[in-house]
Structure formats: structure tokens, C-alpha cells
Design a binder for this molecule. Structure first.
Ligand code: MN
Length: 428
């Protein structure tokens, strides 16, 4: 196990960006764009490492690593397309090069590192398609109760991972400002809608995974091998306008209440970094159909939190929960998605749906925390909150710890900017 080793990069020996983590991202720095790995306070520039010849041995065996383009790229897609053999070879080579037992690269520190705190990070993958699931039974139950108190969970819920096709083009990297959307809403008691800025802007705390395989139409990914087709995970905030959603979603589901923006973390943690944190999922009752049935541990013990900071600068933690609460695993989501022969492509993003725990304070959306906006929570500066206000900053964090191994998924941050003053009614 390399995981317990120290690194000669001192800042990697405490905190989230340890040698056991090594998440991938894409940076832009002084005109250079490239693939990097977070290590302590630094970003390891993989093109620079390659230019120094440190991947030469691997490139002889793995043609995908020949040539500079795989890391001198504006997205991870080419690297991801190399498949699990390439991911593992590169990861273990990086661990070797950063290990305290081998400081041969230390003399090139000024060439291979860029400062993590001050380097711009881009959306790490070119996302072809985005699918959003609804995999937390607590979330589905909490939301279901708001509409159907007696029958919160619909009959299909325990038989399949519910999902819908989201919009890939509006996935933005952490740090991007989110413009408050306008849309049709039906005011309470009204019979006809108005077009206005949303008054019910919400977050959804989610964990996304990045598809690491391309399949042909008609091909399926069996649940038993689905994890091999997943490159890694990233924190995800699936912003939602509840009032727009409520009016538009019947009969076809989520649309403009959802597709104005989803924020993704800058760093993608590879599946191999999650190995020490595998746990069994919740008992699935009734047992799912055979194509969704798994044995062993396919859930991950990842702590999650949501912090809300108001314009006053004060912040509150509005949610603490854990990814292990998800009912449907990533493997089940991907197997289900392809079970009809739907093709997937490298870089596709699939998100879990809001992750909620089983008690107040562990709910991953304001919709749940405020019971549909009826009961405010105490927000920053002691003020009541139902939904997000202009100027709010939401930060989702994720981390996992076991013994002396700690990894962090970084954060996904978004600040709400007031929408256009012209709410769309001008000139009508
Ligand atoms: Mn969602």
C-alpha cells in the first residue's frame, strides 16, 4: 500500500491533497493549458513531467501515453479514453515520483509545480451528456412527502434508479457565478402564471461520476463490471428553481427549473483513491432485478457538507451528510442507464441526485430543510432563510478519512448574482 507513504512535497502530508488522493484537473496558467494533479499546495503539471521523460517507460508499453497531447490538453477526455490500464499506470507512476522514498523529481520542482491557490482551474472534462439520478431514498422520501404525505415513495422507486437527461452545456466549473434565472411561475392562489425572477432558488448536494468508457448503441455495461467504466467522482451542485420546477414539471419532468446551471468541482478524484473507503450500501428491499443486483461493497464513505455564506460574510453549515446513504450505487446507475442499449461516451457526467441523510441537518437541499419553503432555517447572520438570496455563496465540500489516510474531493463553490433587471416582461 503506497497510501500510507509520505511525500517529499511537505504540504501533501496533511490535509486533503495527499499522495493517496491525486485528483485530476485542468489548469490555465500564464498562457499554458494542461492536465494537472493536485498534491498538497501544488498542482503537478503532467505535461512538464512527461517532457522530463518520467513517463517514457510507461509510454513504451502504453501507446496512449506516446506523444504530448494527452496531457497538453484543455480537458481530461483524451487521458480518460485511455481506459483503466492507463489510469492505473499513470497514478502509480505519479505516486512513485512524489513518494518520500524517491525525490529524484524534487530538483525540477520549479518546472513541474504550479501554485494550487493562485492557478486558474477549468472545467476538467468536456461533457457530452449529463444525466441526473434520484438515488437517495431519504431525499426521494422527503420530497415525496411534500406532495404525497401518505405515499411519499412511488411504486417504481425501489426497483430502478430514477433519472432524467440534464443539460451538459450549462455545467460550469466551481467558482463560476450563477445568475438567478427567470421563468414562468404560478403565484399562490393564481390560475395563470407570471414570468419573473425565481423566488425559490435552491441547491442540490450531489456526487457526480465521470464515465470512462465509450460504448456502441445496443451495447450494455453489466453491473458487475460497471465500476471499471467509471473514471472518478466530483462534487456537484445541481442548482434548481423550485417555483419554476413546480409549474413546469408535469408531465415530462425537469426542464428550465434545472438547466440554467450545474456546478462541478475542479478536481476529479479517481476511483482508485476511493478504494479504502468502500462500504456496503443500504439493504435493498425488495431485491432489485438480476441486471441491477450486486454483491460486495459498492458504496463509498464520503463525508459531505454544505455551507451557506450571506452578504454579511457570516456563514452557516446547513447540511452534513454522507455519500454512503445513497440507495442506488454508481455501478447500478450506469448499468441501468445502458440496460436498454443507450450508448455512453467518455466524459459523460452522471450525478447521484440530492444526497440526504435521515435527520434534520443532513438534508441536501433547502426544499427539504424548509419543508418546501414553509419553515425557514436559521441562515447566516441569524436571519431566516427559505431559499437563496442574491449575493449568497454556497460551498459544498467532501472528504474521506480512514486511519491515517485522508483524501478530499475539494469543493464546489457558487455565488448567486441577481438576474437581469429586465425580467422579460419589457415590450410586452
Ligand atoms: Mn439534481
Amino acid at each position: 500500500m503506497i497510501a500510507h507513504q509520505d511525500s517529499w512535497v511537505n504540504s501533501a502530508n496533511r490535509g486533503d491533497y495527499s499522495i493517496a488522493n491525486l485528483p485530476y484537473g485542468v489548469f490555465r496558467d500564464r498562457g499554458d493549458v494542461g492536465v494537472g494533479v493536485a498534491i498538497g499546495d501544488e498542482i503537478l503539471d503532467l505535461s512538464a513531467v512527461m517532457a522530463l521523460g518520467y513517463f517514457e517507460g510507461l509510454a513504451r508499453e502504453l501507446p496512449a501515453l506516446a506523444g504530448q497531447e494527452i496531457f497538453a490538453a484543455s480537458s481530461l477526455n483524451r487521458f480518460i479514453a485511455g481506459g483503466p490500464t492507463v489510469w492505473r499506470a499513470v497514478r502509480s507512476r505519479i505516486q512513485e515520483l512524489l513518494s518520500a522514498r524517491n525525490n529524484e523529481m524534487a530538483k525540477f520542482a520549479s518546472q513541474v509545480f504550479r501554485k494550487r491557490a493562485t492557478t486558474e482551474l477549468l472545467l476538467p472534462v468536456e461533457v457530452g451528456d449529463y444525466t441526473d439520478f434520484y438515488s437517495s431514498i431519504q431525499h426521494a422520501t422527503n420530497v415525496g412527502k411534500l406532495f404525497r404525505p401518505d405515499n411519499p415513495l412511488l411504486p417504481n422507486w425501489r426497483h430502478l434508479p430514477i433519472g432524467y437527461h440534464g443539460r451538459a452545456s450549462s455545467i460550469v466549473v466551481s467558482g463560476t457565478e450563477i445568475t438567478r434565472p427567470s421563468g414562468q411561475v404560478l403565484p399562490p392562489g393564481a390560475e395563470v402564471p407570471v414570468f419573473q425572477r425565481t423566488n425559490a432558488l435552491d441547491i442540490e448536494l450531489e456526487l457526480a461520476f465521470i464515465v470512462g468508457a465509450t460504448t456502441a448503441l445496443g451495447e450494455t455495461i453489466p453491473v458487475a463490471s460497471a465500476e471499471e467504466a467509471i473514471f472518478g467522482v466530483a462534487l456537484f451542485n445541481d442548482w434548481t428553481a423550485r417555483d419554476i420546477q413546480k409549474w413546469e414539471y408535469v408531465p415530462l419532468g425537469p426542464f428550465l427549473g434545472k438547466n440554467f446551471a450545474s456546478s462541478m468541482a475542479s478536481w476529479i478524484t479517481p476511483m482508485d483513491a476511493l478504494e479504502p473507503f468502500r462500504v456496503a450500501g443500504p439493504m435493498q428491499e425488495p431485491p432489485p432485478l438480476p441486471y441491477l443486483r450486486t454483491t460486495g461493497r459498492h458504496h463509498f464513505d464520503i463525508e459531505l457538507s454544505v455551507t451557506l455564506e450571506g452578504v454579511e460574510g457570516e456563514s452557516v453549515t446547513m447540511c452534513r451528510t454522507n455519500a454512503r446513504h445513497l440507495y442506488w450505487s454508481m455501478a447500478q446507475q450506469l448499468a441501468h442507464h445502458t440496460s436498454n442499449g443507450c450508448n455512453v461516451r467518455v466524459g459523460d457526467v452522471m450525478a447521484s441526485g440530492t444526497i440526504s441523510g435521515d435527520k434534520a441537518g443532513s438534508w441536501g437541499s433547502l426544499l427539504e430543510a424548509t419543508f418546501g419553503g414553509k419553515t425557514p432555517i436559521q441562515g447566516p447572520a441569524g436571519r431566516d432563510r427559505r431559499f437563496l438570496e442574491d449575493g449568497d455563496t454556497v460551498t459544498i465540500r467532501g472528504w474521506a478519512e480512514r486511519g491515517d489516510v485522508r483524501i478530499g474531493l475539494g469543493e464546489v463553490v457558487g455565488r448567486i448574482r441577481g438576474g437581469h433587471k429586465d425580467d422579460g416582461t419589457a415590450g410586452r
